[in-house]
Design a protein around this ligand. Structure first.
Ligand code: ZN
Length: 173
């Protein structure tokens, strides 16, 4: 699958080493969708700067071990490896060890996600299922379904609510 080879690896975007790592039990049964609530990117140089900025913010301000999400996706559909498939993230309080999180770069209270970003997220979820990292019968949620946040922004939330695996029922571990 050529899609997988297009993922920008940590090495490629120049990620800092994590302060610590925790291995995730896979396949996970839950997928969370987030937005970064920041500016969208329009050029590859800007993308790398943005992803590095998010990692610095998560490690230096939030004091997390690494960039919080498992993967990030931008508006041109480019995917960036964050913690990846096999490491517990820091993105959805109470659910980190039970889920994979994809975060779309931008603020979707204000703007609409690009169709390429949507395709990339769905492609990544399918890749996770194919790789045995996500259960076939996974349930999908927005961050706001389990936390006091408007993440992933109202416009992105309206889109994911129409996806087949979106669940109205609250998740269980
Ligand atoms: Zn979020």
């Amino acid at each position: 699958m050529s899609f997988a080879s297009d993922i920008v690896s940590r090495t490629k975007w120049g990620a800092r080493d994590p302060k610590e790592t925790e291995t995730m039990q896979t396949p996970v049964k839950i997928v969370f969708i987030h937005h970064t609530a920041g500016k969208p990117c329009t050029t590859p140089e800007e993308d790398i700067k943005t992803v590095k900025g998010i990692q610095n913010f998560h490690m230096d301000e939030r004091k997390w071990a690494d960039i919080g999400y498992n993967f990030l996706v931008n508006n041109s559909g480019q995917v960036f490896e964050a913690r990846g498939w096999d490491r517990v993230g820091a993105h959805t309080k109470g659910w980190n060890a039970a889920s994979v999180a994809f975060s779309v770069i931008g603020n979707f209270n204000e703007s609409n996600p690009d169709q390429r970003a949507i395709k990339a997220v769905l492609g990544m979820i399918q890749l996770g299922v194919d790789k045995g990292k996500i259960s076939n019968d996974y349930k999908l949620y927005g961050h706001r379904d389990v936390g006091a946040t408007d993440c992933p922004g109202k416009n992105l939330y309206e889109i994911i609510k129409k996806w087949k695996h979106y669940s109205e029922e609250k998740p269980t571990k």
